[in-house]
Design a protein around this ligand. Structure first.
Ligand SMILES: *Cc1c(COP(=O)(O)O)cnc(C)c1O
Length: 384
């Protein structure tokens, strides 16, 4: 890898496919197919389901950011995870973290299970892996910090346990992005991203990534990729490329805002608990300091009544009540009816996802306006 800083890598161009005119903004190659110069003389681009220059430029940047051998860009984060599951066969067993993005839980329960893959669910942040691995265990799948409970798992420690048993470790790095965390450097084998979130950063497109470092797995996944055809379209590839150019400055500001907003919420009389890995009392604080360069811009918090939840979702003005995360605008999400609506009840209860839990993706607005927005809502609620 180059020695350039991550801020500079965000601006890099793959010189092997750069256009002849020297465009600084990588062109959108809106072409389904590519002409050959002659028999057995391809330009390297044949058909956009398989390769496209704009998508390849995006994959080049994302692979570099995650210190991977290769990255594949997909039409969504879920398309990336669904394609990844094609690596496994009936009879295979996968250990998954108990707290995951709801769509991933639905994929594993509703689709992968039907294909003969079995799952064991466990809170991997506890560091207790005894009894989880079976003779047919092929992979461990997790997010850290998790969505929405913000549990932090020690990636290096778990990678050690996996590799002793020839099991691959898959980390969904959507929440922290390569700006704050590089799971492959910590021993993970595969990194997943919802590119929809911080990487694109503007709530304007959907995309996803698989990043990996092993040549054999790459060959297999590239075959699955070109065969199943969930690759990201050229224009959306360009949008994510454009988003990544400001990744560093957006993450810096969003995190700065998150730290201040989390501190404000913590002292509010209606807020019973704030979960943010940047708090020294967070159980994963020390692991975070060791394995990440930041704590991110995601906060979960409990308020003291369901009525207040409903009131807040109706009355916020700077923040938006919406699913998703990672954009320039602050979003407030209600996991129990939105992102985690399809997660089985008992798992929700076990994880602490109840009707008083809210999740915030903090954006880059003026922090006084953001805090003021919540302060106004709390005051209105008290006065009604
Ligand atoms: C949103 C999200 C996904 C799914 O990505 P899509 O782009 O919405 O398909 C997967 N994992 C995490 C952590 C997410 O936040």
């Amino acid at each position: 890898m180059s020695d350039y800083s991550i801020e500079t890598v965000c601006q890099s161009i793959d010189r092997s496919i750069a256009d002849q005119w020297g465009a600084i903004s990588f062109p959108i190659y809106q072409s389904a197919t590519f002409a050959h110069r002659g028999l057995r003389d391809s330009t390297g681009f044949d058909y956009t389901r398989m390769q496209n220059p704009t998508r390849q430029q995006l994959e080049y940047v994302v692979a570099k950011l995650e210190h991977g051998l290769d990255a594949m860009a997909f039409a969504s984060g879920m398309a990336a995870i669904a394609t990844l599951m094609e690596l496994f066969s009936p009879g295979d067993h996968i250990i998954v973290d108990a707290d995951l993005y709801g769509g991933s839980v639905r994929l594993f329960n509703e689709i992968s299970s039907k294909n003969g893959i079995t799952f064991t669910t466990a809170d991997l942040s506890r560091g207790d892996y005894a009894g989880l691995f079976q003779s047919n265990t092929k992979a461990v799948y997790l997010e850290t910090p998790t969505n929405p409970m913000m549990n932090v798992t020690d990636i290096a420690a778990l990678a050690g346990e996996c590799h002793k048993r020839n099991v691959i470790l898959i980390v969904d790095n959507t929440f922290l992005t390569p700006y704050y965390q590089n799971p492959l450097d910590l021993g993970a084998d595969i990194v997943i991203h919802s590119g929809t979130k911080f990487l694109s950063g503007h709530h304007d497109t959907i995309g996803g990534f698989i990043v990996l470092k092993d040549e054999k797995t790459d060959e297999r996944l590239r075959l699955i990729y070109k065969t199943t055809g969930a690759g990201l379209a050229p224009f959306d590839s360009w949008l994510i490329l454009r988003g990544i150019r400001t990744l560093a400055v957006r993450m810096d500001r969003a995190q700065e805002n998150a730290i201040k907003l989390a501190a404000y919420l913590k002292q509010n009389r209606h807020v019973t608990k704030v979960i943010y890995p940047g708090f020294t009392e967070h159980p994963g604080y020390e692991i975070s300091c060791r394995q990440s360069r930041g704590f991110g811009a995601m906060i979960s918090f409990y308020v003291d009544s369901r009525e207040l939840v409903e009131f807040m979702l109706k009355n916020v003005e700077v923040a938006f009540f919406a699913e998703s995360l990672g954009g320039t605008e602050t979003l407030i999400t209600y996991p129990i009816t939105q992102t985690h609506a399809d997660v089985p009840r008992e798992l929700l209860e076990k994880n602490g996802i109840n009707d008083r839990l809210l999740r915030l993706s903090v954006g880059i607005e003026g922090i006084d306006d953001l805090i003021g927005d919540f302060e106004r809502v709390f005051e209105l609620y008290d006065r009604q």
